[in-house]
Design a protein around this ligand. Structure first.
Ligand code: TRP
Length: 440
């Protein structure tokens, strides 16, 4: 029942965000920004990229830092070639429908599910290990992080969410929310999937662990040339002397090079490692290679930073584009949950019925002389298929029972229906609910 991408020619919607809590670093660039910018040029893809500034409030209480980070991350996307005409590029806090949807999703999300979220659980485990209260210093914001992220994703009905592995659980939670909401209120949300590109390396940081703000081991993407050289000089290596062969396996320096170099360049550095290149020379080679790619973008980045008003304008234009979708969608969602114009009592159902196609029952007779029925979804796909009934009245009664007693009737009639798995059953229940809503 989900609006699958394969069944239509509509573009696949990709959506991802970066939390505005720091300076953009090489890990962001290699892991997310560079592949996303390339991807956004494809014609079968519709992209949504945003600055997750509401999320940054969970971690940071320094307003100037949030403002600065938002500016820097926006400038980095643009400097790396993102075309705001082609994609929808916006700032989360410019879309008031997102916090509104967050509340709707909050009301369909089990608290127990949120208890299991990695980031929240890690804080709780740490507190317990220290003998403190489990929730000491844990804000409700941290606890609700996955719901806000779910709203980001579901607001634009994204099919694919490019993220790092540490975010997979969040996407699964967003799927759960979508499923639950659809089950209760009809088919509104696409079920999103995490998009993990195996070809895109996780970049190690200065200390060899994953490059991450939280490890404080990052190389900022756009530091001046001299500083970049110094930072690369500080990447951990072993203590082998020049002339001794070096391992590429497990070498952060080598992995960082690989993320920038082509196959031939990588092969020749591998050879140099085997031939005993000194660490100083290796670092110089890595620095030169990275700087060759970054330098033109760095100049662009600096020009952008010097004109924040222009970036502000770009973001506001992006927000307008995003809200052209989120505003009407939110209107539908408000209606779906029952936040409706009171003067239009009952008319809501009519309006909805006129606008969206409904599921339907079809009754027919087969050549075997028996009477059958099936339930079709709004697009005419079969959701449920009956077995043969001796008389048309029997088939009619079964349909009536399904319409009135939905779940109960489905269980009672099981022997007279073709078997269904859990997903199919949920789809049938959704459809029956939609029919009931439309009949109101
Ligand atoms: N949680 C993501 C991170 O820290 C940022 C984020 C917020 C995000 N909302 C999102 C990513 C929606 C993808 C989709 O990296």
């Amino acid at each position: 029942m989900s609006l699958s991408t394969s069944s239509s020619n509509a573009p696949t919607r990709f959506l991802t965000g970066i939390t505005t809590s720091g300076t953009p670093h090489m890990g962001n660039y290699v892991g997310l920004v560079r592949p996303s910018v390339r991807f956004s040029r494809r014609s079968d893809v519709q992209s949504f990229y945003f600055l997750a500034d509401y999320h940054s409030l969970i971690k940071i209480s320094d307003p100037a830092r949030i403002q600065r980070s938002t500016l820097e991350i926006a400038a980095a996307w643009l400097a790396c070639g993102l075309d705001p005409e082609r994609v929808t590029f916006y700032r989360q806090s410019d879309i008031p429908e997102i916090p509104e949807l967050t509340w709707f999703l909050t009301c369909v999300t089990g608290k127990g599910i949120l208890n299991r979220a990695h980031a929240y659980k890690a804080s709780v485990d740490k507190n317990i290990a220290k003998g403190e209260d489990a929730d000491a210093d844990v804000t409700a914001g941290l606890f609700m992080y996955p719901v806000l992220m779910g709203a980001d994703i579901l607001m634009f009905n994204a099919h694919k969410v490019p993220v790092g592995r540490d975010q997979i659980q969040h996407i699964e939670m967003a799927r759960d929310m979508a499923q639950r909401f659809n089950h209760l209120y009809g088919e509104h949300f696409v079920l999103p999937e995490a998009e993990i590109d195996e070809a895109v390396a996780t970049l190690p940081g200065l200390d060899g662990r994953k490059m991450s703000k939280s490890y404080d081991n990052t190389i900022p993407l756009f530091v001046p040339r001299a500083q970049l050289q110094k930072l690369i000089g500080g990447i951990v290596t072993d203590s082998r002397a020049p002339g001794e062969p070096k391992d590429t396996e497990g070498s952060a320096l080598f992995q960082i090079y690989e993320a920038f170099a082509d196959t031939a360049e990588t092969a020749s550095l591998r050879q140099a490692f085997a031939d005993g290149i000194g660490w100083g020379d290796a670092k110089q080679a890595v620095f030169e290679r990275i700087d060759r790619e970054i330098a033109p973008m760095r100049a662009h980045y600096e020009a952008l930073l010097a004109d924040p008003a222009q970036i502000e304008k770009t973001l506001l234009a992006g927000a307008e584009k995003a809200r052209a979708l989120s505003r009407p969608f939110m209107t539908d969602l408000r209606h779906a949950v029952g936040l409706r114009n009171l003067a239009a009592q009952g008319a809501g159902g009519v309006r909805k019925a006129a606008k969206v196609a409904k599921p339907s029952f079809k009754q027919y007779r087969e050549r075997d002389g028996q009477f059958y029925f099936k339930l079709l979804d709004a697009r005419g796909e079969v959701l449920l298929q009956s077995r043969g009934f001796a008389a048309p009245q029997d088939a009619g009664r079964a349909i009536g029972a399904l319409q009135k007693q939905r779940e109960t009737a489905l269980a009672e009639l099981a022997g007279q229906l073709e078997p269904m798995d859990e997903t199919q059953t949920l789809a049938v229940l959704d459809a029956l609910q939609m029919l009931a809503d439309a009949a109101e």
